[in-house]
Design a protein. Structure first.
Length: 91
């Protein structure tokens, strides 16, 4: 079952996001199991929404040492909100 994650990064800049992005996805391609990724800035900081094909796929990606190191190097500490996806609408 698909799972979603929302990352609300109060105080996190676009530059920090791009630093992590270029490390974990240098070619701007979806990681295996990642169906959708959208990021943007709010008045308070960064907001990222992701849809993964499964909890296992998401866990596998975030357990990689280089992913954790990229977040640490950019000084990004975000606790995501997870949810089970019950519906996806697509164009």
């Amino acid at each position: 079952m698909a799972v979603g994650a929302v990352f609300l990064g109060k105080g996190i800049s676009q530059e920090q996001y791009e630093q992590v992005l270029h490390r974990v996805s240098p070619d701007n391609r979806l990681a295996p199991g990642l169906l959708y990724h959208a990021a943007g800035m709010t008045e308070e900081g960064l907001c990222v929404t992701e849809i993964w094909e499964s909890q296992e796929a998401m866990n596998q990606f975030f357990s990689k040492e280089e992913v954790g190191q990229a977040f640490q190097d950019a000084k990004v500490d975000i606790k995501p909100i997870f949810f089970q996806v019950v519906n996806i609408m697509d164009k």
